[in-house]
Design a protein around this ligand. Structure first.
Ligand code: PLP
Length: 357
């Protein structure tokens, strides 16, 4: 019940024990096609380039920025938590002139501030935003941000690492240009792959940029020729992880994407109600709370590590501590993918009842 990796269903773990196929084996191409097709369904997109990168979520952040940005491009990053901060750092390392818009940790992005910044710093190549901030538990509504950015001619790079599979992520309807995630949260597979999808505007940038992408590994043109029907070797695919992702996506299709999102909402609601009934305040404001991860403010006088230590040693329950600014001030309780179940909520609440004075 930490902020990820979440628990993995035995069916997914078993899939990882399938015999290793070559990454250029026609049988493996079928596995790849199946994975891409299901990823398109989860992201609600028709984007041709919708693939799992061989990396964790941070690699996808690098891939998004490295492919979209050239030296001297301007990028605005909305920072209302730890992962917004990381996105800004990566954009800067990719050579972009980066403008960080700071919002209070625990609050969503303020559209007026973004609108003013787009006017002030324009023309801006891209706006980066974290859909579900895992450090604060805050959801940033995407459609308004995309509409605003596009009105100013900027692309949108959206981090859906914690939201995909636990919240609605509608890449085409919302018109997001680049969207990425990771396997170890609500998708229910181990850490190791990072789904990413590029929309038509993003592909236009990639196809027309005069400078080389500074990363070989994440250069989309190279990756594209492996993932499209050319099937040219780019790097050795993580075969077992691809089996795992296929199995976890199959399980999602069996459950139904909407049912799965409803399950995340239901269990998160139960957890919040239980915490509040115990007098524990929540960090994220109502209406902007993410379901896969709840941030609870540690009550006055309670020592963070002592409680988390007892949860782990006496009850076998892992929850996360605060990251960055909220270290020692908040607990981060994950209900993601396979871990998003009522029995976990009851187990944690009853353990806290016993531990807290
Ligand atoms: N973005 C968000 C919102 C995250 O929660 C995380 C990890 O927790 C990342 C990016 C980075 O992903 P990873 O740790 O898989 O590299």
């Amino acid at each position: 019940m930490g902020p990820g990796p979440s628990s993995v269903n035995p069916r997914v773990l078993k899939a990882m024990t399938l015999p290793i196929l070559g990454h250029l084996d026609p049988q493996f191409f079928k596995v790849m096609d199946e994975v891409c097709e299901m990823l398109r369904e989860v992201l609600h997109t028709q984007n041709h380039i919708t693939v799992p990168l061989s990396s964790t979520g941070t690699g996808a952040m690098e891939a998004a920025c490295a492919n979209m940005l050239e030296r001297g491009d301007k990028m605005i990053v909305c920072r209302n938590g730890f992962f917004g901060d990381r996105l800004g750092d990566i954009a800067e390392r990719c050579g972009a002139e980066t403008f960080i818009l700071d919002f209070v940790w625990g609050e969503p992005v303020d559209l007026q501030v973004l609108s003013d910044a787009l006017d002030q710093y324009g023309p801006v190549k891209a706006v980066g935003v974290v859909h579900a901030e895992t450090s604060t538990g805050v959801l940033t509504p995407m459609p308004d941000i995309v509409e605003l950015a596009h009105r100013h001619g900027a692309l949108v790079i959206a981090d859906a690492v914690t939201s995909l599979g636990g919240h609605d992520v509608r890449m085409d309807d919302w018109d997001i240009d680049v969207c990425y995630s990771a396997t170890q949260k609500c998708l229910g597979a181990p850490p190791g792959l990072a789904p990413i999808s590029f929309g038509p505007r993003a592909m236009e940038v990639i196809n027309n940029r005069p400078s080389k992408v500074q990363s070989f590994y994440f250069n989309l043109k190279g990756l594209e020729s492996y993932w499209n029907q050319t099937r040219a070797y780019h790097h050795t695919s993580p075969i077992s992880m691809t089996y795992a992702l296929r199995e976890s996506l199959r399980m999602m299709m069996e459950e139904g994407i909407d049912n799965r999102i409803r399950r995340h909402a239901r269990v998160a609601g139960a957890l919040r109600a239980g915490l509040e009934a115990m007098g524990i305040d929540l960090m994220a404001p109502e209406g902007y709370r993410i379901n896969p991860l709840t941030t609870a403010l540690i009550p006055e006088g309670i020592e963070d590590t002592a409680v988390r230590g007892r949860l782990l040693s006496d009850f076998d329950i892992e929850i996360g501590g605060g990251l960055g600014q909220v270290r020692g001030k908040a607990w981060r309780i994950g209900l993601m993918g396979e871990s998003a179940k009522e029995s976990n909520v009851f187990a944690l609440l009853s353990a806290l009842e016993q531990i807290l004075p």
